[in-house]
Design a protein. Structure first.
Length: 305
């Protein structure tokens, strides 16, 4: 049976995102159900896709509070090419849970996945000022750490708290009321999803290590009216940096195609990570070329513009 990998274990927000992706993309199960394979990191989930053990992987890629998820960005670029086919966004709020009810002053250690800890840092400092935050491998692993007595309490998901029979100390913990995390569905390269008019395109650039190379690359987007929504540098193991960026639009939008073609000609390496429907409005779509195309055709035919 085909399988889909996800950053687990069971009870994480990533598994919740996977549930939503399966509902929002019925083509995933058009040939039958998919087995689920839990992986202990985003990189491990994508490795299962690369080696063929899973058809797709579901991993977090961006937090509205902390920005991009470095483990996912690095795993996407380091290895054989993978492609993003879909995304979903979850509004995020955490539960602080423990084996039994206890007053806040008795909580001395709190287990939390680093991305989660960053999203509740201010709340924990205000409500549990004497507690030390201890790193857990995932949101679900934090719940297990609390259940096993490794920590007094855990920043976790409501699902994981129930799975480990924990008592809710505080619900809806988050520093920002509009906190959310974006998750992507990743597979081996395939046909690009159809343009919807509300799309996102992502690429990674390996640019020459010379002054002005990044500015020149960005000009290819700016000069065509393309909305750049994210750019992030990541270190290469061999030294230097590569740049991962998202733009509003689809490969079938002429300005996007033109910009990527120009970058392909100038960059030592251009890695196309995909064009897919955006889960939420994410900026200004690229300009349409219909009027200019009609003008060009008119002068080709010798007609009055």
């Amino acid at each position: 049976m085909p399988a889909i990998a996800y950053f687990g274990p069971s009870g994480t927000f990533t598994e919740m995102a996977l549930d939503r992706l399966l509902i929002e993309n019925p083509w995933l199960t058009s040939d039958g159900d998919l087995d689920r394979i839990s992986a202990n990191s985003p990189g491990a989930a994508l490795a299962l896709v690369r080696d063929g053990q899973a058809s797709y992987g579901c991993v977090p890629i961006e937090s509205s509070i902390e920005g991009s998820v470095p483990a996912t960005l690095d795993a996407l670029i380091k290895g054989t090419r993978l492609q993003i086919f879909a995304e979903t966004v979850l509004d995020i709020a955490f539960t602080l849970a423990a084996r039994e009810a206890m007053p806040p002053g008795d909580i001395k250690t709190i287990g939390a996945y680093p991305v989660a800890a960053a999203q509740v840092r201010e709340t924990l400092a205000a409500r549990f000022p004497d507690a030390q935050v201890v790193t857990s491998a995932s949101n679900a692993a934090a719940a297990k750490d609390a259940a096993d007595g490794v920590v007094d309490a855990a920043v976790t998901t409501p699902v994981a708290a129930r799975l480990h029979d924990l008592h809710d100390i505080a619900a809806g913990i988050v520093d920002s009321d509009d906190a959310n995390t974006r998750f992507v569905l990743v597979g081996r390269p395939g046909k690009v999803p159809a343009r919807t008019g509300q799309d996102r395109t992502s690429v990674t650039l390996d640019l020459p290590n010379v002054p002005g190379s990044l500015m020149s690359a960005m000009y290819e987007f700016a000069s065509r009216g393309i909305d750049l929504t994210r750019i992030e540098s990541r270190p290469r193991r061999t030294g230097g940096f590569y740049f991962n960026l998202d733009v509003v639009g689809h490969l079938d939008d002429p300005p996007i195609a033109e910009a990527l073609g120009a970058l392909y000609r100038r960059a030592p390496a251009l890695h196309f990570l995909g064009s897919w429907p955006s889960a939420r409005p994410n900026g200004t779509p690229p300009p349409r070329h219909a009027a200019s195309d009609r003008w060009l055709e008119s002068i080709r035919q010798g007609l009055e513009p």
